[in-house]
Design a protein around this ligand. Sequence first.
Ligand code: SAM
Ligand code: SF4
Length: 333
Amino acid sequence: MDAPLIDPFQRPVTYLRVSVTDRCDFRCSYCMSEDMTFLPKRQLLTLEELDTVSTAFVRLGLRKLRVTGGEPLVRRGIMTYFAAMARHLESGALDELTLTTNGSQLHRFAGELAGLGVRRVNISLDTLDEAKFARITRWGRLPQVMRGIEAAQAEGLRVKINAVALKGFNEDELFDMVEWCAARDMDLTFIEVMPMGDMGSADRIEQYWPLADLRAQLATRYRLTDLAESTGGPARYVRLEETGQKVGFITPLTHNFCESCNRVRLTCTGELYMCLGQEDRADLRPSLREPTAPPLEDAIRAAIARKPKGHDFDYSRQQVAGQMPRHMSHTGG
Ligand code: SAM
Ligand code: SF4
């Protein structure tokens, strides 16, 4: 392995999230507008190019790779990319290959993913109510996602449910969701809604359900024990003593998690974002396509040397500061 990637704040970069497509078969209202225009296919990195960039990161000390999007499982041929990454699992170069998915296609791919060495999958699910699910995802259907969850568990994949905490939408389902996950031996993580994409800041503040409130509600029914573990990301975990399950809180807005950040994000067009909450990015495409451009590993090192200290999201004055114009599906959640 070459010298590992260390950023200017002495944080090792060992975790890459790869958005393999900006497309999706859902239109979750907090993530996309209904009439999204997607990128022309020719602008996307090919599966081979995704492999080349990811493999360069592995050579530079990457230990964990998460595939996301858009909806990763709607990208045609995506299993070729998973198979390519599986070779790094087999060689021991990579510790973990995972994905974040809306679950809609999981019934088709769970077996293959498990066969390739994927052990865990994050599935996004904000409500257990069919009508509410159709409303929030606009195009999604709950029974199909349930089928995907069952398929994943049947294949032995460990499932974690990710739910965006939305005021006035799923507040009333807090305990139902906790118990539903506990009954199926699934961990559960709540995410604070983030100011991504321009869907109107007024809406964002109305939707914003601070996880400190959510946690306080949980504490009315369960004993919560803080867990020290951290994945180097924005999630903090507690154990519910009564159910034994782990509940996570992703709170980029109320707490600053940047000091331990170990990750960068690759978009489906080959841009590397060194921080989810900043606009600075490095275009790696020339290094893949133009013979006169700097070699890929040099371009990656130059980008990591610019990784900022942190983000600037702030809802504290009842206005959204630090709002990012791009959608979450572009950079990958
Ligand atoms: N389509 C896949 C899925 O939904 O799991 C992967 C991509 S999605 C962008 C990744 C995660 O980002 C999902 O859990 C989704 O709920 C979350 N997300 C999307 N927009 C968000 C926002 N504005 N604030 C907080 N989380 C958001
Ligand atoms: Fe699609 Fe995931 Fe965004 Fe929902 S959150 S629209 S499933 S990319």
